[in-house]
Design a protein around this ligand. Sequence first.
Ligand code: ADP
Ligand code: MG
Length: 249
Amino acid sequence: MTAATPAPPMIRMEGVDKFFGDLHVLKDINIEVPAGQVVVVLGPSGSGKSTLCRAINRLEPINQGVIEVDGKPLPAEGKALAGLRADVGMVFQQFNLFAHKTIADNVALAPVKVRKMNKGEARQHAMGLLERVGITDQAEKYPAQLSGGQQQRAAIARALAMKPKVMLFDEPTSALDPEMVQEVLDVMTNLAKEGMTMLVVTHEMGFARRAANRVVFMSDGEIVEDSTPDVFFTAPKSDRAKDFLGKIL
Ligand code: ADP
Ligand code: MG
């Protein structure tokens, strides 16, 4: 191996600003997520965490700055944008499964449409993913027949079906009954161990401590801290982070 230039970060945001009208919701955001790392984003409600995720997937346009995924700037429109969306898997608080399709079809659909996988292959790949998230028994059921935890695991399988380079999670366990939180976190922990690059917005501090390489703390549209979980949880630097931790721990 030669001393090659280091691989670009899987996600890079530089000088990103975003406004909703007069409201400045992302303020000069700079983040790098190296390949294979897990970054957990913490912060009070309204601090801009969801907007940050949506910007990376280009569900929200930004006003200024650069966002790159795997070294490539976000494309504006058209085919390249579909390609980006395929590279960036996203899991939301609400599972957003197609209600009138079976779980297996939910997972197999996009690879056929976007990745042009043939149906048999997509189906086989889908079954493998359902096994990975532990719900093969639910393959022929409809979303409403599953528990919340099972639906969220199906949503993760569906995002993985596109073979994304990066997975974004926006409060994936916030809508779940407490007894179902851990099964979803376990799936996420396994994904992290397998080397998936992940950006995770969550209030699950146990997950942040155990699975995160870094914790990014946001407040009022700014990144206030960016450190290891150990440093963040034991010695937060800012008053805003101390205040936040005081309320949730
Ligand atoms: P978080 O996910 O941290 O709770 P959000 O990113 O959802 O924060 O929101 C950040 C700020 O942007 C909040 O003040 C919110 O009210 C505002 N906001 C979010 N989406 C919109 C929108 N579509 N139009 C106007 N304001 C919005
Ligand atoms: Mg949010």
